[in-house]
Design a protein around this ligand. Structure first.
Ligand SMILES: [Zn+2]
Length: 348
């Protein structure tokens, strides 16, 4: 009888746990990915995008605390910490006070965490999730903060900010709790709890110039790694160079970067649909280039664009969501609300 009641207690605990398990959160940021970048990428891809598989769509107001047109640091900080700040600021408010990020809230909740980017890992968008510095250009300070055990898995460029520093420190040597790998194959076969994969010494090249590994392969390998840790996870995946194509006013650059990001979205959505307890959010930090879609041909999968600026613009950007609490992301709201909605997902 006593054994039976013990069994009942164990079973009900397990049932309770299943019901209360907080979802994985995968936040995907297409840097500079406005609606025209998406439309162009879709028409250039046989009139199809993985974004059509999402359940809810919202619009986000991207402006910074001090300017109508945001940069990636202020917008990244807004989404990561829920605070509008000045252009150039990473993880701090306008009074330069450090703000706790959604990644840190997730860690407190027992989540595993991962950051993936096709820029360097110390670039503004990924940095907003773990660093607190006055200027996005403090790459070595940002690398130092990442070295303080802040993320379980990270993949991106920028190795030189870790091992060719002004202070002569070699953070890769110092980060003894991490295993550093040089390929996704090594990453997959590693059983380390914390893994770093610094893909390039500097900023990674364009996809057009053969950047490797493919973002979709990085995402699939990272999701497998996160699953193997047996806890819910938070992952931020950035398609970093859609923005750089916009700055360069090069349509082909934008389209090829979007295409890789789109394939990655498809893989992530596939996983989320099979898993059933993963919230996926796809958005942008701002639009870049003032891109207008001025011509093309559906049958030939051609999209022609015209750029208005070599900088960013203040147009609202779309937010696509799928999974538990996805509905909360419909409507029109400030970019800071993306943080709040993710935080609410943790406490539901
Ligand atoms: Zn930019």
């Amino acid at each position: 009888m006593r054994q039976l009641s013990l069994l009942v207690i164990i079973l009900s605990c397990q049932l309770g746990f299943t019901q209360e398990k907080t979802p994985n959160i995968i936040l995907m940021i297409g840097d500079g990915m406005g609606l025209t970048q998406i439309s162009s990428g879709m028409y250039a891809n046989n009139n199809s995008t993985a974004l059509e598989g999402f359940e809810f769509i919202g619009l986000s107001k991207t402006y910074a605390s001090n300017q109508l047109i945001t940069d990636s640091a202020a917008s990244g900080t807004a989404m990561a910490t829920g605070v509008k700040t000045y252009n150039g600021a990473i993880g701090i408010d306008p009074q330069k006070r450090p703000q706790k990020s959604i990644l840190q809230y997730c860690q407190e909740k027992g989540y595993s965490t991962a950051l993936l980017a096709t820029s360097s890992i110390v670039h503004a968008t990924p940095a907003s999730f773990y660093a607190h510095v006055k200027s996005r250009n403090q790459y070595e300070d940002i690398a130092l903060q990442l070295s303080e055990d802040r993320v379980d898995l990270f993949i991106g460029g920028g190795r030189k900010h870790f091992n060719k520093r002004k202070d002569k420190r070699d953070l890769i040597q110092e980060m003894t709790s991490y295993e550093f790998v040089n390929s996704l194959k090594q990453l997959k076969s590693s059983d380390a709890q914390k893994i770093g994969y610094l893909t390039y010494s500097d900023e990674p090249p364009k996809k057009l110039e053969g950047r490797k590994p493919a973002l979709e392969d990085m995402a699939v390998a990272s999701i497998e790694k996160m699953e193997s840790l047996g806890k819910p996870f938070f992952m931020m995946i950035e398609g970093s160079q859609i923005d750089w194509g916009g700055h360069a006013n090069e349509m082909q650059y934008v389209l090829t970067e979007f295409k890789e990001f789109n394939t990655t979205i498809a893989r992530v959505l596939e996983y989320a649909k099979a898993d059933g307890n993963t919230l996926v959010i796809v958005t942008a930090d701002h639009e870049t280039g003032g891109l207008a879609l001025t011509g093309g041909n559906l049958k030939k999968s051609l999209a022609r664009g015209s750029f208005n600026t070599e900088g960013h613009t203040a147009t609202m950007v779309p937010v696509f969501s799928y999974g538990p609490t996805a509905k909360a992301f419909s409507g029109i709201y400030e970019n800071t609300a993306i943080f709040n909605k993710m935080l609410e997902t943790l406490t539901k």
